[in-house]
Design a protein around this ligand. Sequence first.
Ligand code: BT5
Length: 248
Amino acid sequence: MTRRPDLGALIADLPTARFGRPLFVHESVPSTNDLARRLAEEGAGEGTAVLALEQTRGRGRLGRSWASPPGGLYLSVVLRPRLPPARWPLLSLAVALGAASGAAEASRQQVMLKWPNDLVTSGAKVGGILLEAAADHAVAGIGINASSPPAALPPWGGVLGVALPPLLRAVLVHVEQSVDLVYAEAGQVLDRWRARCLTLGRHVRVLGAEVVEGVAEDIDGDGALVVRTHSGARRIVAGDVSVREAVG
Ligand code: BT5
């Protein structure tokens, strides 16, 4: 394990109460989510975080891969959810909201959210969240293309163009605030999500066990997407679905 010198000042001066305390920094790992899960299984508290400068087997949801070249932010944080398991999808939304707010602050760009877990700037995906839950903990994986080489990303990927230390700091601060808010007053996280959300009002196709097509109307109190279809409103729970914009 190495601790990069340019992150030393950030680590010493982190203005968070729990997130990034401690922060383990690695040059290259298969997936930071695996390391964070191991720490959680050994009893690590909420906020314990793992950062890698590159991942060799970064993953997204549904077995997809996450391109993780040097230049990106690859961060996993241990959560000890203070919410009933049925409401854990809200945690994923809270982490995405915090990550988007931190990315916006650090890059001075508008960073929008695509339900359930994409960070989007100028139509390009610049980040994503992977929440992996176990019985007594969850691991929130955050990937953001800080200054990744565009050629290493899929064609629809974008780059924020921001240095890692200020982005990391802003993300840890905002994700902590957002997770604290979801524990205290989940409704406020949902209101902020709706305000930053690109999905609402759009015609979407939800690909999961079945295909649901209609207009994305709202995000409900449990974080599910409400889609108005020809046969009425359908609640889509994040997890096993992929959402595409549909024409028409
Ligand atoms: C995500 O999945 O968006 C969640 C990504 C989470 C990555 C973090 S990095 C730290 C932690 N450790 C891990 O191993 N993972 C987490 P999903 O919604 O399934 O999106 C995956 C899809 O995004 C892929 O199928 C590609 O189409 C696209 N993609 C892959 N790499 C990308 C990148 N770097 N930037 C933009 N899009 C990408």
